[in-house]
Design a protein around this ligand. Structure first.
Ligand SMILES: Nc1ncnc2c1ncn2[C@@H]1O[C@H](COP(=O)(O)OP(=O)(O)OP(=O)(O)O)[C@@H](O)[C@H]1O
Length: 485
């Protein structure tokens, strides 16, 4: 159902005013438009309008500076903020200053109409306190692609809540970074952020790590120990690789989520807990549920807000920003800042990045550390990316079809050594080359068996546990198709 309202529009761009005026009037709203902040403020102060749509940067005032005043004068007036500066911080500021919704420009008119309709039909209540916060000097998340815009908006919304967030995405897409941002910009920022990686802890110790144990609870438990839940009290607990959580620990976790309390291993007294849970996985939990390895009821409890981080190849337009960001980071640690030639950037945009942002970060650091020249040429990028390139890349392979594996490696090594002139490459070459061959091998086998580890192990002639270990070490990820968000 469409609710009609009186809408105030402020934007110094006449074309946007016209478009909004027409679109909103057509569906029956009353619309008033202005090109400046002063007029908008006059209307708002006079009690006019049921909803405001405003641009951020206007000639006389920035909407973010005006928003606290609007919220103070008219706490129930929803304000939709539009901006062409589509960064993480814009979304965060919009949310912190109490904007109803943030829309990166260019926006979709239908989306805007939906937001307007939603804002006008929701029961009126004041949203979020305006808290004029100091701007952090650096942004935690880099990238302005449409895919990242969606993430920023979702994050901005989630920061004002304590809802459980479930982050999915391939290895290296920034799941941990996002979990930290949720904490550091959210309302629990003054509490602790505690991270625990289920894949990195021996399975039989996970329960005790999470919930703590009493003295003598099991062999080797010589003292009482606090768990991560207790350490995270009042803050955020990040459960990384939650798909690797053993069943018993899952049962305990479910109880915490249902009842807000838990007992330590070997303990009797229930302990109340106030912890926000953020979980992450690069596995498809639905597959694990089907295999009986993950509790379905727990899944529904933690999948309250699913957030799917895009793979880097789905947002290759962010690569130049990321490259600049990582060179700058390296610079603050004493590495040389460099540029990558436009041809080099093009190659990087076509590369599939199986290790996602982490792989890109490593490459940029390697370039900063290993090469003397200011501008990194396309040839160097081609050579550096070559071992990771997979034959079936859309847009063309970098390796000729008729090359054997041995020839390809030989070819790579020749160019690799020559890139160092007379010097030797860094130590550890044997393992590096082997794992670069292992990666595509394991990935191809897992893809061919559609992620079935038993079949892939058989195909490779490896023990299942060995394969599991390799998958983890190499960061192989085959659950590409799990679209959830
Ligand atoms: N949008 C981004 N902007 C800047 N840096 C990023 C971004 N995304 C990821 N990174 C960087 O890439 C690296 C990998 O990110 P992170 O560890 O958060 O990934 P992950 O998805 O948790 O990986 P895994 O599943 O392997 O644990 C980190 O160094 C992180 O700082």
């Amino acid at each position: 159902m469409m609710v009609k309202g009186n809408i105030l529009v402020a934007d110094d761009d006449a074309a946007i005013r016209t478009v909004l005026n027409q679109a909103l009037s057509r569906v029956g709203h009353e619309v008033r438009v202005t090109s400046n902040a002063a007029t908008l403020w006059r209307w708002v102060a006079a009690g006019e309008g049921d909803l405001v749509i405003t641009d951020v940067v206007m000639p006389d005032e920035n909407a973010f500076d005006m928003l606290p005043r609007i919220k103070k004068a008219r706490p129930e007036l929803p304000v939709v903020v539009m901006s062409a500066q589509n960064t993480f911080m814009t979304a965060i500021r919009a949310s912190e200053t109490g904007a109803y919704e943030y829309l990166p420009k260019p926006f979709d008119l239908n989306e805007l109409l939906n937001i307007v309709n939603r804002a006008l039909s929701e029961p009126r209540r004041p949203q979020g306190d305006a808290q004029p916060d100091e701007q952090p000097e650096s942004m935690p998340l880099v990238g302005r692609s449409a895919a990242m815009q969606d993430i920023y908006r979702m994050l901005a919304r989630m920061m004002q809540t304590d809802l459980t967030v479930m982050i999915t995405g391939e290895s290296g897409t920034g799941k941990e970074l996002v979990a930290r941002a949720l904490h550091e910009y959210g309302r629990r920022r003054n509490g602790p952020f505690v991270a625990i990686n289920m894949a990195a802890i021996p399975r039989d110790l996970i329960e005790s790590e999470l919930f703590g144990h009493e003295k003598g609870a099991f062999t080797g438990a010589q003292n009482r120990s606090t768990g991560r839940f207790e350490q995270a009290e009042g803050g955020t607990l990040f459960l990384d690789e939650i798909g690797d959580m053993p069943m018993e620990a899952q049962t305990r976790l479910l109880r915490v989520l249902q009842q807000g309390e838990y007992t330590t291993v070997g303990g009797r007294t229930p302990i109340k807990t106030d912890v926000r849970i953020v979980a992450a996985t690069n596995k498809d939990l639905r597959t694990l549920i089907n295999q009986g390895l993950f509790r379905e009821d727990l899944f529904y409890r933690i999948n309250v807000v699913p957030l799917r981080l895009p793979a880097l190849r789905e947002r290759s337009e962010d690569i130049p920003d990321l490259v600049r960001h990582f060179f700058k980071q390296g610079e603050s640690e004493g590495l040389q800042t460099k540029r990558i030639s436009s041809g080099g950037i093009e190659l990087m945009k076509r590369y599939p990045w199986p290790g996602n942002v982490r792989e890109l970060e490593n490459l940029v650091r390697r370039l900063a550390a290993l090469y003397a020249q200011d501008e990194i040429s396309a040839e160097i990028i081609e050579m550096e990316l070559k071992t990771g390139a997979q034959p079936a890349v859309p847009g063309g392979s970098l390796i000729p079809d008729d090359l054997s594996i041995g020839q390809a490696v030989e070819h790579y090594l020749q160019r690799y050594f020559s890139a160092f002139g007379g010097d030797l490459p860094p130590a550890g070459l044997y393992q590096r080359i082997l794992s670069e061959v292992e990666f595509p091998l394991v990935l191809a086998s897992m893809t061919a068996t559609r992620g079935n580890q038993i079949k892939a192990a058989e195909l490779l002639g490896l023990n299942r546990n060995t394969l599991r270990k390799k998958i983890r070490e190499l960061g192989v990820n085959v659950y590409r198709a799990s679209k959830q968000a």
